[in-house]
Write a protein that binds this ligand. Structure first.
Ligand SMILES: [Zn+2]
Ligand SMILES: [Zn+2]
Length: 309
């Protein structure tokens, strides 16, 4: 199955296997507890539909009366007695556990993904005035003071910057080094996303990003937010956009491990998005776009993707 990893495949099977890949993503997500990030053990459903392990319910007890369970996602209170064992999901989880090693292998990004690399650089015209951009246009950090004028229709009011090129079609892959910074957001946004006022990072506002807060809260900007398992070793993110499928996948470059996949990424064109640490006084972490490294091609018929500006 590992050899069927969708990102390694050429057409015509590619389309089917990309959907298969998505199904695997959804299956693994559905079987993961949002509280402990382990497999759902005796999955229990709250009144609002939130599901977590039975043992994890304890951490949700509402204090101090402990009469109900407070959903961490929507804050709706469920009566303790009204939580229901999700029998069907329980069965799926037990089957999934047996398949898991193979599912993880499918979700792992293959090094051959590099054939879809795009040469991303930072677009200074979009950069907030307090962001320092390196001369090679690949690194950004929050400088804390004005580096350029704050006017310009393309400029963000918040400390972030977009990458070029605009991404319209095909598959695009790039890598971002987040270093040891404890606060950052990285991903894509619609070129048309609002740049005025406070930044509202959510899929509803046409941003598809993952980010770290205080060095310990790692989340995807879904609506509501999806908290992700913290990866302390995470230094370099691989980002794969499949514009045909409307899918954006994040992985840990160190081991190819799958981090998160957004579906329904339908806005066009899209732009790579970067927001370095800017609220922590002792964190002036740099976000750096990793240089493109071409790998040997398996198939001369599928050249590196060309991008349009
Ligand atoms: Zn749990
Ligand atoms: Zn809820």
């Amino acid at each position: 199955l590992k050899s069927l990893s969708p990102v390694t495949l050429l057409k015509p099977q590619g389309q089917f296997l990309k959907h298969f890949f998505l199904a695997c993503v959804l299956l693994v997500e559905a079987c993961t507890c949002p509280v402990c990030f382990g497999h759902l053990e005796t999955p229990m459903t709250l009144e609002c539909g939130y599901v977590c392990c039975q043992r994890c319910l304890d951490s949700l007890w509402k204090e101090p009366l402990a009469e109900g369970v407070l959903c961490p996602q929507c804050s709706i209170l469920s009566e303790k007695d009204s939580t229901v064992h999700h029998v069907q999901l329980d069965r799926i989880v037990s089957k999934m556990k047996k398949l898991e090693p193979r599912l993880r292998a499918i979700l792992k990004l293959n090094p051959r993904i590099k054939k879809f690399q795009v040469d991303v650089t930072l677009d200074v015209d979009t950069a907030h005035s307090h962001l320092a951009i390196s001369p090679d246009l690949r690194s950004v950090r929050y400088a804390g003071s004005a580096q350029r004028g704050s006017s310009g229709a393309e400029r963000f009011d918040s400390p972030c910057v977009l990458g070029s090129p605009r991404l319209e079609s095909g598959r695009s892959y790039w890598e971002v080094d987040v270093g040891t910074s404890r606060e950052w957001d990285v991903g894509v946004c619609a070129d048309a996303a609002s740049r005025r006022g406070p930044l509202q990072l959510s899929t509803e506002h046409s941003f598809w990003t993952v980010g770290l807060r205080l060095g310990k809260i790692f989340a995807a900007c879904t609506e509501p937010t999806t908290e992700l398992r913290l990866l302390p070793r995470l230094r370099r993110l691989g980002i794969l956009l499949d514009a045909e499928l409307g899918v954006l996948t994040f992985c840990d470059v160190a081991d190819g491990g799958h981090i998160f996949t957004f579906t329904g990424v339908t806005a066009r064109p899209l732009r790579p998005f970067f927001s370095p640490a800017n609220t922590l006084p002792d964190d002036r972490g740099i976000l750096r776009i990793c240089p493109v490294v071409w790998v040997a091609q398996d198939s001369p018929r599928e050249p590196p993707m060309h991008t349009e500006h």
